[in-house]
Ligand binder design. Sequence first.
Ligand code: AMP
Length: 489
Amino acid sequence: MSYFTELGLAEPILRALGAKGYSDPTPIQRQSIPALMEGRDLLGIAQTGTGKTAAFSLPSLHRLAADPKPLKSASCRMLVLSPTRELAAQIADNMKGYAKFLKLHVTCVFGGVPVGKQARALTQGTDILVATPGRLLDLIDQRALTLRNVEIFVLDEADQMMDLGFIQPLTRVAALLPKDRQSLFFSATMPQAIADLGKRFINNPVRVEVAPQSTTAERVEQYVTMINQAEKQALLTISLRAGLADQSIDRALVFTRTKHGADRVVRHLAAAGVKAAAIHGNKSQAQRTAALEGFRQGNTPILVATDIAARGIDVSGVSHVFNFEIPNVPEQYVHRIGRTARAGADGVAVSYVAPDEKPYLRDIERLTKVKLEPQALPEDFLKQAASLPAAKRVEPAAQQPRGGGRRDRGRDGGRGRPQGERRDRPQGERRDRPHGDRPHGDRPQGERPQGDRRERAEGEARPQRSFRPRGGANGVGAHAGKVRRTGRG
Ligand code: AMP
């Protein structure tokens, strides 16, 4: 008798688990399922990859199935909120699998695709709705959905929601949910601001915590190369080309800070004959799905991603993670390199650190308690770099964001920020604008702001321009009002 059987999960759920080949629970499932079956609220500190989706899905499906109700128009009984489209789609797919032998409808809605079809799909109602916050509120505003009948509410990746500036939409959602409900709140990290957000949703929760973040990092070989920003591209191209040729690299994820940075890396790699695709918030849903599929299948061995786009993506067999820029939030580093050490496998993480990124490296080493091993440049680096071809030029028009509708204009609301680069430099060439690539947008005191010209990291808030007061103790309220225009949610 398996642990899942002992818990008393409904037979159709056990059958679905059998079909998936799950025999033992993961630690988060062991810790949370019994309390959730009793209807308790839950505060979970766990990352994607821990089996979190099944942890909240299995008991919820069990409870919904035990109390069958006819569908109500424009309504759902369970709402799962996720910060990104990819994660929402992944959760919905998993839930459909677990609910395969139950008579429960699972529907998924997210931004970046036309809202009309999603609104029509909700006319008859659904049992379980997985949604990104922006699109959820769009549907509510269009009267295509009410949250009046929600019995179970799951807020996933709360820290990522905060990073993306979803605080205001979440506050609205909190006000629309019925008081009498079960709430589950998950986050990979639990700083005070997230704990405070949690208090708005959960009541006397069971608290579960799995795999403290630094432990993932211990299974990954971690290297650091100190290098000027302008030379990073050449080093990446040379390393990937060599690694793919001698098969030491199977599949690599490259993280860049900005969306345009990701595109730029892909162009340079393509020019050097390295097959790569980019995934970030300016890509259409179809492009993102195609990039991910190509990467999963191994046709495109290199995926270049921003943190937000990559968050939660479950791809096995990633042998290497390259940090083209290292993150300024050390936890983010742990998330990134965790992509390579899934399911107990070991991986390699290589970070390129420019002189002004050194403080972030110190923070990362402090959090992970791992000292990154220095890796020198290849001996003939300069010679190899000089022989690399220049990337193809991009016409600005080719980089315009997709769509044109108000809700598809990206985080800057389509206010005319130049989208393309004027010229792509050859791979080793220096940039003439000295701080354009400065990571994390930090500006030395006294330096003139670059305003719209500087590329913001994906998810980074646009500087406040109106005279509206900033909200929130940590300025998170500054995102207010823009959030729902993003294509992401
Ligand atoms: P998640 O954290 O929900 O994204 O899950 C990570 C991966 O673990 C997914 O591919 C799941 O299908 C898988 N998984 C979840 N629970 C189990 C389990 N009890 N046994 C084996 N695999 C699991």
